[in-house]
Design a protein around this ligand. Structure first.
Ligand code: GTP
Length: 616
């Protein structure tokens, strides 16, 4: 059968979902009345925010001679997300395809993510079809952007398509090119002598309330039929194919999935951990697994706690279900002095964290409290690792004397530490030539190291830096946008761990350490971060009968301080006339009393006070 598998890759908002809509219409996969905008963004959340979070497959037919769907070649399209945080979704889509449409907004030109996704597609040996979108916009500069694309891909100008996905202009020609330029699915040498052997790569999975785990597959070899017994090789789980079929884009049942096709397999498994993205579904348990995906490493960690302690089991269940559909999400139980039982979760970035929080709240009815995000530090210990030091380590520890810590409360005593290492990333920024200075300053302020600069064209530059992940993970993107009047874009990739002067900043209330409030900072920032936290705490800690000192400290050194003043009752109010020493005596007595109270006093932090510091 004639089949083409391809995906659309682009920088965020360059029009992937819109182009997919037009293709679905042009091929007659859905009637106009069944269409809605950005059809493949199926989650409510995706539609509301106008961003793609999940990869979405759809099967279409296209006949180049009649420019209609009838009697055409089978096209399997996967729409991919554009934001850096969801790059893992893109990499999985690429592994299921032979070609990719590289979509570039003709008014914006090549952006940081365009480069990042293109590099990934080339690593997978995909055929690239360059397409300029949004040529209907007055700001579109097709000549300039064509030059950029030619320079980037080394292709001819005539190979670049110019379309308007919004108006549907040029979409048929792109579909023709998909058939003409992208090769048919590669034949894979059979892993077994048997003619009935079949293997498929699981590139995604979802939990269906009624049908159990549904695997999204690309059949690499052989055929799958309803009722077949298949083995999930990685998790060693045998399952029965209860149903299978393709995406249109809703599930459409078929009798068989052929070699090269993209479709779904309903496994019926109720165990959320049995169907894993990247695993191989095979007809026999002895077959070789297909090369899977690199395990994704979470970059940002935060504590997730149910608002009501009783909801803890519900949160666990929700996280397990979500993790099936979101291979990048990791979690493990954690306890916090102020918030109770919860989970330490690992995310790919802040947007991912935001989306997970919202999905948990919407799809699983969880009411959540989320703590300040942090990266994962490697702490090399001077002494052999005491067990309690590595309480919270979502990742495995390869070296016996090194702990991986994301929760500052778990940070060991400085005397036990030989070295602290933090993750670094290679950062690529695309900006206008006039903004280069501002970007350099911004990255420099964040402990970044400038590497090199290239010009994409006369007015636009691509800058390469290395920066600590911690320095860019929180608010860097917003700052970049304001420094470049909205024209800058960025992408980053981890390059490993480097030693740094990282210290645990402790917060002392009434001289006592409040461990749940501590953070890990670079020593150069300790003073300013400490001052901010102390100021915030001063606003939220209620006054007592005695003064409450709030201090930020590194070890024994205090780096910032604020004081919550005490209530003072007017103890001299009832005096009238008389000697001034009587008044003084009363005040002395009051002072002594307060001193005693302070000695015995404790500050109990309310959850609100605690959160005002921990929350973003
Ligand atoms: P992400 O999946 O979030 O990365 O976005 P996307 O690449 O799927 O982009 P999407 O299709 O959501 O389009 C982004 C915006 O661009 C939407 O507001 C579209 O209406 C608009 N858009 C897409 N194509 C065109 C076009 O050809 N012309 C014009 N004028 N606007 C377009």
């Amino acid at each position: 059968m004639d089949i083409r598998n391809f995906c659309i890759i682009a920088h965020i908002d360059h029009g992937k979902s819109t182009l997919a809509d037009r293709m679905i219409e042009a091929t007659g996969t859905l009637q106009k009345r069944e269409m809605k905008e950005q059809l493949l963004d199926m989650m409510d959340l995706e539609r509301e925010r106008g961003i793609t979070i999940k990869l979405t497959p759809v099967r279409m037919q296209w006949n180049p001679s009649t420019h209609s769907g009838q009697g055409g070649v089978q096209l399997n399209l996967i729409d991919t997300p554009g934001h850096t945080d969801f790059r893992y979704e893109v990499s999985r889509s690429l592994a299921a395809c032979e070609g990719a449409i590289l979509l570039v907004d003709a008014s914006q030109g090549i952006q940081a993510q365009t480069l990042a996704v293109l590099t990934m597609a080339l690593e997978h040996d995909l055929v690239i079809i360059p397409v300029l979108n949004k040529i209907d916009l007055p700001a579109a500069d097709t000549e300039r952007v064509s030059d950029e694309v030619v320079k980037l891909l080394g292709c001819g100008r005539e190979e670049i398509f110019r379309i308007s996905a919004k108006e549907g202009r040029g979409v048929s020609e792109v579909l023709d090119a998909v058939i003409a330029r992208i090769p048919e699915p590669r034949k894979v040498a059979s892993a077994s002598a048997s003619s009935s052997s079949a293997r498929a790569l699981i590139f995604d999975a979802v939990m269906d309330t009624y049908r159990g785990a549904v695997a999204y597959v690309r059949v690499v070899e052989g055929e799958f039929r309803k009722g077949d017994r298949v083995h999930l090789l990685g998790t060693k789980t045998p399952v029965e194919v209860l149903d299978l079929g393709h995406f249109a884009p809703k599930y459409v049942s078929d009798p068989v999935l052929h070699e090269g096709e993209i479709g779904y397999i309903v496994t019926g498994s109720k165990d959320v951990t049995s169907v894993r993205t990247g695993d191989t579904a095979a007809s026999s348990p002895t077959m070789m697994p297909l090369p899977g995906y690199k395990e994704v490493q979470p970059m940002v960690f935060a504590g997730l706690y149910p608002s009501a302690a009783d909801d803890y089991p519900q949160l666990r269940e929700a996280l397990e279900k979500l993790a099936l559909n979101d291979a990048a999400l990791s979690f493990e139980p954690e306890r916090n002095a102020a918030l109770g039982n919860g989970f330490r979760c690992g995310f790919l970035g802040l947007l991912h964290m935001d989306i997970v929080q919202e999905r948990l709240e919407r799809e699983h009815n969880c009411d959540l409290v989320i703590t300040a995000p942090s990266v994962l530090y490697e702490v090399q210990l001077a002494v052999k690792r005491p067990a309690e030091v590595v309480r919270s380590s979502l990742l495995k520890i390869d070296e016996p004397d090194t702990a991986r810590i994301s929760n500052p409360a778990d940070f060991p005593d400085p005397s036990c530490i030989r070295e602290v290492r933090e993750p670094w990333v290679r950062l690529e920024v695309v900006c206008r030539a006039q903004d280069i200075g501002a970007v350099m300053t911004l990255v420099g302020d964040r402990r970044g190291i400038y590497l090199s600069l290239e010009y994409l064209d006369a007015d636009r530059a691509l800058l390469h830096f290395e920066v600590p992940l911690q320095a860019i993970v929180l608010d860097f993107f917003d700052l970049l946008k304001s420094a470049t009047s909205g024209y800058g874009s960025m992408s980053y990739e981890t390059i490993g761990y480097r030693a740094g002067e990282l210290v645990k900043l402790q917060i002392l209330l009434l001289g006592e350490s409040a461990d749940a409030l501590s953070t890990i900072v670079h020593s150069s920032e300790a003073h300013s971060v400490g001052a901010i936290i102390c100021r915030k705490l001063k606003e939220v800690i209620p006054k007592e009968q005695f003064q409450i000192p709030i201090q930020a400290a590194i070890g024994a050194k205090i780096v910032a301080r604020e004081t919550v003043p005490a209530y003072r009752k007017d103890v001299t109010g009832y005096l009238y006339g008389g000697d001034v020493t009587r008044k003084r005596k009363l005040l002395e007595k009051q002072k002594k009393g307060k001193k005693r109270m302070k000695k015995m006093g404790r500050v109990t932090l309310t959850q609100e006070a605690f959160l005002s510091v921990l929350k973003r």
